[in-house]
Design a protein around this ligand. Structure first.
Ligand code: NAP
Length: 317
């Protein structure tokens, strides 16, 4: 049966930002819950090797995610599997309503909702999703052992995950719409040094084809010359960025033109008592390191906000 549960702080999303906010909030002795629809860890739970989180030269994303969650739980964070459908303000409560019907009320809410993959939006993409079209190399890469794989994009995710896929694939083609990558140089270099990785520059995927059961071919077009070609593949992994999951509040939140939530330096959003951290927030970089920094700030700012709220109530005659 659906329940209403009261907390001091409700965190929506269990990525590094949310879990770190949970750690700090629980250590401040605030009753804190983190609501996550899948596994704690967010994107890192489905990332291969993580090499850029200080103190861990190399660690599997799923292992790091587990460490984050265990650490925060040890200090009292409650983690619940819940899909939050809406966040809204009800007097002094900040409320998260879940698909299960459960309602979590907090004095403050921290949004750590990250983002979702951007789709190519080409014919065949939906049809072959789960049949050779995948957005998660670590989850699905092993299904395509000794096959040719196409990866689309030129950012960190495409180049890093494309290189990771060479563990399974006979060959990985990274198809990029320009002739320059935006991935970090060290990630680029590793791909250039890998014999199994080949780049197809200035090229877009126009269609994903197959026999109805699985992917077999990509229809490509050179963005400069217009020349069309075919690439036989067993799978394709689009890694063309992600969109922030910021459309969750009933009241309108201020965002930038890309939909990323605008905050001040204390992670306060345009709605009092609602804070944001990590990839959903407008900022220059989206890394684990700054997500946990954001989470720390959000938790401390939420604590100060709650203290002020409690002072206000204590002073009331
Ligand atoms: P991203 O940095 O936004 O890169 C997206 C790539 O996809 C760009 O190269 C872009 O091309 C291309 N693209 C966009 N729309 C396209 C379309 N419709 N068709 C074809 N290509 C398209 O996204 P990301 O790689 O997913 O990374 C997201 C964030 O996570 C970044 O801040 C990144 O640094 C971070 N991240 C970090 C790591 C790491 O540090 N190890 C790993 C993964 C992700 P253009 O270059 O032409 O715009």
């Amino acid at each position: 049966m659906a329940e209403t549960k009261d907390y001091d702080v409700v965190i929506v999303g269990g990525g590094p930002g949310g879990l770190c906010a949970g750690l700090y909030s629980a250590r401040a002795r605030r009753r804190t819950v983190c609501l996550e629809k899948y596994l704690p860890g967010g994107q890192i739970a489905v990332t291969g090797d993580v090499e850029d989180y200080l103190g861990f030269e190399r660690i599997q994303g799923a292992d790091l995610a587990m460490k984050f969650a265990d650490h925060a739980r040890k200090f009292g964070l409650e983690v619940e599997t819940e899909e939050v459908e809406e966040v809204y303000t009800d007097g002094d409560y900040r409320v998260a309503r879940c698909a299960s019907g459960n309602v979590f009320r907090g004095k403050a809410v921290i949004l750590s909702t990250g983002g979702s993959p951007v789709f190519l939006n080409v014919p065949g993409e939906k049809e072959y999703s789960g049949k050779g079209v995948s957005y998660c190399a670590i989850c699905d890469g092993a299904f395509f052992k000794d096959q040719v794989i196409g990866v689309v994009g030129g950012g960190d995710a495409a180049v890093e995950e494309g290189t990771f896929l060479t563990k399974f694939a006979s060959k990985v083609y990274i198809i990029h719409r320009r002739d320059q990558l935006r991935a970090q140089k060290i990630i680029q270099q590793r791909a250039f040094d890998n014999d199994k990785v080949e780049f197809i520059w200035d090229t877009v995927v126009e269609q994903i084809e197959g026999d109805g059961r699985r992917v077999s071919n990509l229809k490509l077009k050179n963005a400069k010359t217009g020349e069309k070609s075919d690439l036989a593949v067993g799978a394709v992994f689009p890694y063309i960025g992600f969109r922030p999951n910021s459309q969750i509040t009933r009241e309108k939140l201020r965002t930038d033109e890309g939909g990323y939530i605008l905050t001040n330096q204390n992670m306060e959003t345009s709605i009092e008592g609602i804070f944001a951290c990590g990839d959903v927030r407008a900022q220059l970089v989206r890394q684990i390191t700054n997500a946990v920094g954001d989470g720390t700030t959000a938790a401390v700012a939420a604590e100060k906000y709650i203290e002020a709220l409690e002072d206000k109530h204590a002073r009331k005659p």
